[in-house]
Design a protein around this ligand. Structure first.
Ligand code: 5AD
Ligand code: SF4
Length: 431
């Protein structure tokens, strides 16, 4: 979502006449787009800002003015603290108000030396004010939903991105058609809880994600559709049927479970048990046996016992995720879990994370190794580190390297997989 927001911020700035600078040193305006989800990400903002302040000073010595801005969820959470901790920051705006950048920059120009802060939860939707979403190459993100009403007890998102809102169906379709006209082959629909999508259609009727997927599927020239991130309890039968009926929908689903222990899931305020999660996975597999799953996990949530952790490992063994993201629980101020008894020692969290990641990586490696010898359609997105090498994605979101001419960039090419590691595949063009 932050990559998507950053692209939209760049589009606003382009409209104001800004151009991309190749180095920090040559930039008149530097914006950090920030993440508050875990402490590590949030604290990194302040160390990065320290380095940027240095650049501001060096440029000032040469008579150059530098405007420093901070966007994103850290701003929403820290609010006035940003100006206290980093007074050299010229403006700070939350994830729901960055469409006001033109006004904010004008205010900054009028008031050099003070920090302009906008952390309102605005009545208007930023999407109504942003310049048209631009294709990001062969693959584009498209935000369709924002915010979350789930209030998992460890999570800051409902406080930083606000309550759940969905963009109207026609707005999404219009943006998707424009992206495809500009060369996008794959669209990844984004939202913090994307499968709770309930945008209005032209007649004012609320529509589901399944309906939206069906409509997007009709767009000529669009070859691949993905959506992320889903909430297990909101996976409907209608959505499951899409995985059977819509060939453009890629056979990969990111469905965070967080834990395999029912008592931890309850303490997390998740609206599903481990058994219900497995049931949903079973239904999805029955609808489309080619589906591969990925997930998010948190270890060391307050009160997590060895037996709870073992239940998580068991769930992993039952699903055999083809990819996963796993984190040590991070105590976030203002969330209910931060005040829960039974906070787990760092050492235990680390031990559990290592064990979980080793298990997850073993499944990921096995899936990748099983891909060797297969022919897969790969959408090449970027140039590799070596000359003549391109990097793309398989339908299962695996990174694949191949020796290919640059004219294959932003195209889907048939590739025979020749080699695999835990994190990537290599292959050769077929035919
Ligand atoms: N500590 C650790 N991980 C967290 N996540 C969200 N909040 C926290 C937290 N406080 C993880 C969840 C979520 C992913 C985006 O980040 O696994 O699915
Ligand atoms: Fe956070 Fe996801 Fe839970 Fe919403 S569903 S509160 S975004 S972890």
């Amino acid at each position: 979502m932050n990559v998507y927001d950053s692209n939209r911020i760049a589009a606003i700035l382009r409209q104001l006449g800004y151009m991309e600078a190749s180095t920090f040193r040559s930039a008149d305006l530097i914006i950090l787009n920030t993440c508050h989800i875990r402490e590590k990400a949030a604290e990194k903002v302040f160390s990065d800002l320290g380095r940027i302040e240095q650049i501001k000073k060096e440029r000032a010595a040469e008579g150059l003015d530098t405007v420093i801005g901070v966007c994103g969820c850290v701003v929403q959470a820290e609010d006035e603290q940003i100006a206290k901790r980093a007074p050299y920051v010229d403006f700070a705006t939350g994830p729901l108000t960055y469409h006001r950048l033109p006004e904010i920059l004008a205010k900054v120009a009028r008031n050099r030396g003070i920090t302009v802060i906008d952390t309102e939860f605005p009545a208007e939707s930023k999407f109504d004010f942003l310049p048209a979403g631009k294709s990001q190459g062969g693959c584009s993100f498209l935000a369709i939903q924002e915010g979350c009403n789930n209030f998992c007890t460890y999570c800051v998102v409902p406080y930083t991105r606000g309550i759940e809102t969905s963009r109207p169906v026609e707005d999404v379709l219009k943006e998707a058609r424009r992206l495809v006209d500009e060369g996008t082959l794959e669209i990844n629909l984004l939202g913090q809880n994307v499968n709770s999508y309930h945008g209005e259609d032209a007649s004012g009727k609320e529509r589901s994600l399944a309906y939206l997927l069906q409509r997007l599927h009709e767009i000529d020239g669009l070859r691949r559709i993905r959506y992320t991130t889903s909430y297990p309890a909101d996976v409907t039968d209608e959505l499951i049927a899409c995985h059977r009926d819509l060939p453009k929908l890629m056979p990969y689903l990111h469905l965070p479970v967080q834990s395999g222990s029912d008592s931890i899931l309850k303490a997390m305020n998740r609206r599903h048990t481990a058994g219900q999660y497995l049931e949903i996975i079973g239904k999805l597999k029955a609808a489309n046996p080619r589906l591969g799953f990925s997930s998010d996990f948190i270890v060391g949530f307050p009160g997590e016992t060895d037996a709870d952790f073992e239940a998580t490992l068991n769930l992993v063994r039952q699903v055999g995720f083809i990819q996963a993201f796993s984190f040590k629980y991070s105590r976030r101020a203002g969330t209910p879990a931060a005040l829960m008894p039974g906070q787990i020692e760092e050492k235990v969290k680390k031990e559990r994370l290592d064990i979980l990641q080793n298990l997850l990586f073993s499944y990921q490696l096995k899936f990748n190794k099983d891909s060797v010898g297969k022919i897969m359609p790969v959408l090449f997105e970027i140039k590799g580190r070596h000359k003549g090498q391109l990097i793309g994605r398989t339908p299962y979101m695996q990174n694949l390297h191949a020796e290919l001419d640059n004219n294959n960039l932003n195209r889907i090419v048939s590739v025979r997989v020749t080699d695999a590691t835990t994190n990537s595949l290599s292959g050769v063009m077929e035919g």
